[in-house]
Design a protein around this ligand. Structure first.
Ligand SMILES: Nc1ncnc2c1ncn2[C@@H]1O[C@H](COP(=O)(O)OP(=O)(O)OP(=O)(O)O)[C@@H](O)[C@H]1O
Length: 451
């Protein structure tokens, strides 16, 4: 999930591109993002005039841009700077020991992102083939943090539920054991806190804040790439928590080995626990997710219409949810029930629907064959030389991972092999990837060429 500052920065860029300088300077520039919880973006404005103007003129654009950026429906909430200041003064006026600290210290505060989205629960999470491992591990960790899987490391593409699962651990733990000290941050927030701490001579306080927790969750750690100082600090935070049997949960869009400029010692520590991937949901799971979401939103949608939406959006869950919100809004606007015809209309203009045709087993075979310089006939054949067997198994593995084809179908496309041969190939490659850096790199290369 984007944090408030990154989201606001992206939104401001959109406004800058699409409005005049005057409008931008008058209405957009003075806005301060206050919070973002995944669905509501709270913005602080300097005057009532600004608030009225935003409500009447700019809010629809903001919703539209936010939809493009996050693929979700974001509600803006406007408050006034004076209210924010009032709240701050009230907080400050509470008697504290260091009430007489010099000014720069008073401005300092650590990330307030520790709150969890209450909707990110296990109950609201649909289990499918691509996430069942991750779900099971998350559940175990929420029951016995710091024991079995430490760190727990989720990786996978955007919008596949990594943040949801991570926060579900926190929500469940707090529900069962309210005394647990849970801290959730994005890696950017961790970095900002660390930099602020250095600038204001509060590194001790920073350490207390981050090391005095039972569960530390850091989202999107791929953004630690290149940040030497932050990595150093995180390394010590990690060791401290780990040595005290405190739970660490991390997410990233790729395996640690593929995060550029991530220190080797962090890469190896991240592999101590359980790295588990989340892959895109198959059609069945996508339908189940939509069904669940429709139920939560009290929407009445026929099954074949849900299946139609799920068939159109196959990339990630955030886009799937975005499509449903769009359909919902469209149905309200037209005052018509949600039918397949209406969905067709609603999603017609949407660039999110499949832009390219789905990847096929044949695409994968062609790519793997040319990458390893073997013929298609050999790839589909029965020769047992290692130079052919490994590419064949990689091609089967990728067909399983990157397409929705069943095991028997994949077997059939590889010269009529049995589905157990495909299972064997997938297991074999999954094992090899764990230990062989070269093959891991080759597979990553092929995947990026296929995407
Ligand atoms: N299996 C699922 N069941 C129900 N909802 C899901 C599932 N997977 C994802 N979602 C929903 O999809 C949306 C995107 O998920 P989330 O933000 O957790 O993705 P992410 O993998 O962390 O993405 P990013 O890398 O962009 O941060 C959320 O609203 C989440 O609740």
């Amino acid at each position: 999930m984007l944090d408030k500052d990154s989201l606001w920065q992206k939104l401001s860029e959109q406004f800058r591109e699409n409005t005049t300088d005057l409008t931008y300077d008058t209405w957009i520039k003075p806005v301060t993002p206050i919070s973002f919880d995944g669905s509501t973006l709270t913005l602080s404005l300097p005057s009532e005039l600004h608030r009225d103007y935003w409500k009447e003129q700019l809010a629809p654009n903001l919703i539209e841009y936010a939809f493009v950026i996050t693929k979700g429906n974001i509600e803006p909430k406007f408050i006034l700077d004076s209210d924010v200041k009032k709240e701050e003064t009230e907080l400050e006026s509470e008697p504290t020991d260091d009430a007489n600290e010099p000014e720069p210290d008073e401005e300092f505060s650590f990330s307030k992102e520790t709150h969890l989205n209450p909707n990110y629960t296990f109950d609201n999470f649909i289990i499918g083939k691509g996430n069942q491992m991750a779900h099971a591990a998350a559940l175990i960790v929420s029951e016995e943090p710091g024991k079995l899987y430490n760190p727990l490391f989720f990786y996978g593409g955007v919008g596949l539920g990594k943040t949801h699962l991570m926060q579900a651990i926190g929500n469940k733990r707090l529900e069962d054991h309210p005394e647990t000290n849970v801290k959730y941050v994005t890696s950017e927030a961790f970095t900002n806190d660390f930099i602020n701490a250095i600038q204001t001579n509060r590194t001790e306080e920073f350490r207390r804040e981050y090391r005095n927790v039972d569960i530390l969750m850091v989202d999107d750690i791929q953004f630690f790439a290149q940040k030497e100082g932050t990595q150093e600090e995180f390394f010590h935070t990690f060791n401290d928590l780990y040595n005290n049997d405190k739970q660490i949960v991390l997410t990233s869009d790729r395996v640690p080995q593929e995060i550029p400029k991530l220190q080797e010692r962090l890469v190896s520590r991240f592999a101590w626990g359980l790295p588990v991937d989340i892959t895109p949901p198959d059609l069945e799971t996508r339908i189940a997710i939509l069904k669940n979401k429709a139920k939560l939103d009290n929407l009445v949608i026929p099954n074949d219409t849900l299946a139609y939406i799920a068939g159109q959006i196959d990339s990630n869950v955030r886009e799937l949810e975005g499509a449903l919100s769009r359909v919902q809004a469209y149905s309200k606007l037209k005052n018509e029930p949600i039918t397949t015809d209406l969905v067709y209309e609603a999603l017609r203009g949407l660039k999110l629907t499949k832009t390219s045709r789905e990847l096929s087993i044949v695409d994968i075979q062609n790519k793997v064959a040319s990458y390893f310089h073997v013929s298609i006939t050999d790839l589909k054949g029965k020769k047992r030389m290692k130079s052919i067997v490994v590419p064949r198994q990689i091609a089967m593995y990728l067909s399983r991972e990157m397409t929705n084809n069943s095991l028997p179908k994949i077997g059939k496309e590889f010269g009529g092999k049995d589905h157990t041969t495909v299972i064997h190939a997938c297991d074999k490659i999954s094992e090899i990837i764990k230990i062989d850096i070269d093959i891991r790199k080759e597979i990553a290369d092929i995947k990026s060429e296929l995407n």
